[in-house]
Design a protein around this ligand. Structure first.
Ligand SMILES: NC(=O)C1=CN([C@@H]2O[C@H](COP(=O)(O)OP(=O)(O)OC[C@H]3O[C@@H](n4cnc5c(N)ncnc54)[C@H](O)[C@@H]3O)[C@@H](O)[C@H]2O)C=CC1
Ligand SMILES: Nc1nc(O)c(N)c(N[C@@H]2O[C@H](COP(=O)(O)O)[C@@H](O)[C@H]2O)n1
Length: 301
C-alpha cells in the first residue's frame, strides 16, 4: 500500500499503484476517479499565466525539481491509460491553452491494449453548459486550440442548447484553423437545471448516457474542483487520486484574484457522521517531496 516512486515511475510501479483489476463498473454509470495535482493548500492553478499547470503547481521549472512534474505527468497519463474516457471542462480549455489530454507515453498506450482497451487513446469529453471551450483573444479573427488540432481520437462535447448555439455562431464568426471533423460530436442536454442562475447539466443523466450510449466503464475526471465536488456531492466519484506538490502558495494570485482549488468552498456541508471518508489504497513518495495518493470513497447517509 505504501511505497516509493522512481524518478520515472516504471510501468510495473504504475500497474501496482493504479491497477483496476477487480473493480467493477456500475449498470447506470462508469466507475470514476478524480485526477489532480495540487499544492498543500489545495490550489490547482496558480492563475498567473495561460500555460500548463505543470509549470507552477508541479514545480516544472524549479531548478533540480523539474523531475517531480515529469513523474506527475506520467502518473496523470497513467490515470488516462486505465480509463475509457477523460472528462475535462470548458474552463480548463479557456485557462490552459496547451491542454491536449492525450497519453504521451508509448508504454502506457501499450498497457491500454494489454488490459483490453480497443483504442490507443481514451475518449476526450468536454463539459461546458455555455459552449465557451476556446481561449479567444479579443483582437483575434481566428481560434487556435491544441486540443482540437488534428483530432484523430474521438472528442465529445457535453453541452446545452445554448452552448451548442454558441458553438454554431462561432463557426460562422471565426475562421477555424483547426480540424473540426467527424471525430468531434456534440451532445445536447436539457438545460432545465439551474445552478446560481446558470444552466447546468444534470451529471447523473450525463453519466448514464456515457455508460449506456458510449459504453464508458471507467471514467477519469481530470476536471477542476468545481466538477469534482459535484461528483462527490452526488456520491458518483469512487476514488480520489491526488498528487500533493510540496508548497503552500495562498488562495489568491499576485493580483489578488482567487485561484481555483481542489475543494471549493461551495461544497455541501458535512459533519463527522456523514462526511465522505477515504480509505487509502495507495500512497507513494517521490524524492522526499511529492506525495501521490489513491483513496477509495466511502459515502455515508
Ligand atoms: N491541478 C490540476 O490537476 C487541475 C487543474 N485545473 C485547473 O483548475 C481550473 C478549473 O477548475 P474549476 O474552476 O474548479 O472548474 P472546473 O474545471 O471544475 O469546471 C467548471 C466549469 O465547468 C462547467 N460545468 C461545471 N459543472 C457543470 C455542469 N453540471 N453542467 C454543465 N457545465 C458544468 C462550467 O462551465 C464551469 O464553469 C482551471 O484553471 C484549470 O487549469 C483543472 C484540472 C486539473
Ligand atoms: N494531475 C495533473 N497533473 C498535471 O501535471 C496536470 N497538468 C494536470 N492537469 C490536467 O490535465 C489536463 C491537461 O493535460 P495536458 O497538459 O494536455 O496533457 C487538464 O485536465 C489539466 O488541468 N493534472
Amino acid at each position: 500500500m505504501i511505497g516509493l516512486f522512481e524518478k520515472i515511475p516504471t510501468i510495473e510501479s504504475i500497474k501496482d499503484f493504479y491497477s483496476i483489476d477487480n473493480l467493477n463498473s456500475y449498470t447506470d454509470r462508469p466507475y470514476s476517479w478524480s485526477n489532480t495535482v495540487c499544492t498543500l493548500d489545495g490550489v490547482i492553478n496558480l492563475n498567473e499565466d495561460l500555460t500548463s499547470i505543470g509549470g507552477g503547481i508541479a514545480l516544472k521549472h524549479v531548478p533540480q525539481l523539474g523531475y517531480l512534474s515529469e513523474a506527475d505527468f506520467r502518473i496523470l497519463n497513467a490515470g488516462w491509460a486505465f480509463s475509457d474516457a477523460v472528462l475535462i471542462t470548458g474552463k480548463i480549455l479557456r485557462d490552459e491553452i496547451d491542454a491536449i489530454c492525450k497519453i504521451e507515453f508509448e508504454d502506457l498506450t501499450n498497457l491500454r491494449l494489454q488490459i483490453g482497451k480497443k483504442t490507443l487513446q481514451p475518449l476526450r469529453l468536454v463539459l461546458s453548459s455555455s459552449g465557451h471551450i476556446f481561449n479567444i483573444r479579443q483582437d483575434s479573427t481566428s481560434i487556435d486550440s491544441k486540443f482540437f488540432e488534428n483530432v484523430t481520437s474521438k472528442i465529445i462535447i457535453l453541452t446545452t442548447k445554448k452552448g451548442s448555439d454558441y458553438l454554431s455562431t462561432l463557426r460562422l464568426d471565426y475562421k477555424f484553423n483547426f480540424e473540426w471533423n467527424s471525430n468531434v460530436e456534440i451532445v445536447i442536454f436539457d438545460d432545465d437545471q439551474l445552478d446560481n442562475g446558470k444552466e447546468s447539466i444534470d451529471l447523473r443523466k450525463m453519466l448514464k448516457l456515457l455508460k449506456i450510449r458510449f459504453k464508458i466503464d471507467y471514467l477519469d475526471v481530470s476536471s477542476g474542483g468545481t466538477v469534482i465536488q459535484q461528483f462527490r456531492d452526488l456520491n458518483v466519484v469512487d476514488e480520489l487520486r491526488m498528487t500533493i506538490s510540496p508548497q503552500i502558495v495562498g488562495i489568491k494570485n499576485s493580483l489578488g484574484v482567487d485561484r481555483p482549488t481542489i475543494f471549493p468552498s461551495t461544497c455541501k456541508s458535512y459533519n463527522c457522521n456523514n462526511s465522505p471518508l477515504l480509505t487509502w489504497k495507495g500512497i507513494r513518495l517521490l524524492g522526499e517531496r511529492m506525495i501521490f495518493l489513491r483513496g477509495i470513497y466511502q459515502y455515508r447517509p
